[in-house]
Design a protein around this ligand. Structure first.
Ligand code: ZN
Length: 292
């Protein structure tokens, strides 16, 4: 039996592997803001050192977060107007280049109310006649095409710009009562009133993804800004852009009009995140894009 001696435990005799530091992979998620107004947007950031990808599950939908040059991941997501007012948990998973899960994390968020008064709209018989079940079905079919695919990489880095000046006649998300009837569908965009023929400027860089006439929204241009963000410009009197055209913020894509269902000339401006319509006006003052 060997006797223990002080030399056996001397630091110089330790195996080199004993000094290797093993770090546990981590995933840290943050949402800005963490309290998301109904019909509003939030930006999710993920820190996951060593991860090749991060995916999140938000309200039952899986999203792949987008990598940033500094090694973090980001994504803008939106809460639809018909979401319940409650808190929820967003689940994130970080994986390595081989698809092996490195770490997972949960982020608690809250969906909070936003006061939006009812919009009482008076339509003439001729205007009401546009709102047929056939027109709604055709419009839904066209929207299916417009939101069938998304350009992956974000094309914008700055705040979005307002496409036209003028009074806001109907805000995003207002419930609508037509000719005193029950409150029906929520308003899917913001109405910016201005004269017929006023140039409509695109809100951010992107690619023109769709142009044409819709039964209710009228002459329309849809621009894909990448990273799930699309803007729509509706009721145009003229379209001055073509599909696949690359546009810079401020480029004119059409002219204000009153085509489709409109009681007067205005721009109906929409912004959607992965097909979920959110309040576009928030994007004029709050950054939701990449952070690095
Ligand atoms: Zn509108």
């Amino acid at each position: 039996m060997a006797a223990t001696s002080p030399t056996n435990v001397a630091p110089s005799k330790q195996s080199p592997s004993a000094s290797v530091t093993r770090t546990t992979p981590t995933l840290t998620l943050t949402a800005t803001p963490p309290q998301i107004g109904i019909g509003e947007s939030t930006r999710i950031l993920a820190q996951a050192p060593g991860a090749a990808s991060v995916s999140i599950d938000f309200r039952g939908t899986a999203y792949h977060m987008l990598p940033q040059p500094n090694g973090t991941f980001w994504l803008a997501i939106g809460v639809p107007l018909d979401a319940p007012l409650s808190s929820g948990v967003l689940h994130g998973t970080a994986k390595d280049a081989f698809g092996k899960t490195l770490a997972s994390a949960d982020l608690t968020y809250a969906v909070i109310t936003v006061e939006r008064p009812v919009d009482y709209l008076s339509l003439t018989e001729a205007e009401s006649s546009v709102l047929t079940p056939d027109a709604s079905a055709h419009e839904a079919e066209i929207r299916g095409v417009q939101f069938a695919q998304f350009d992956p990489a974000p094309r914008w880095t700055k705040l979005f710009l307002r496409p036209v000046n003028g009074e806001i006649t109907t805000y995003f998300g207002q419930g609508r009562s037509i000719n005193g009837g029950p409150v029906g569908a929520f308003h899917t965009g913001v109405d910016l009133a201005n004269d017929n023929g006023t140039p409509v400027q695109v809100a951010a860089p992107g690619r023109v993804a769709w142009t044409g006439a819709m039964p209710i929204r009228g002459n329309s241009v849809i621009v894909d800004h990448g990273a799930g963000v699309k803007t729509g410009y509706h009721h145009l009197s003229a379209i001055s852009s073509t599909v696949d055209q690359q546009v810079a913020a401020g480029d004119v894509v059409g002219l204000v009009g009153a085509t489709g269902l409109a009681t007067g000339p205005h721009l109906h401006w929409e912004l959607s995140l992965w097909g979920v319509n959110v309040d576009p006006m928030t994007w004029l003052t709050t950054p939701f894009g990449p952070t690095a």
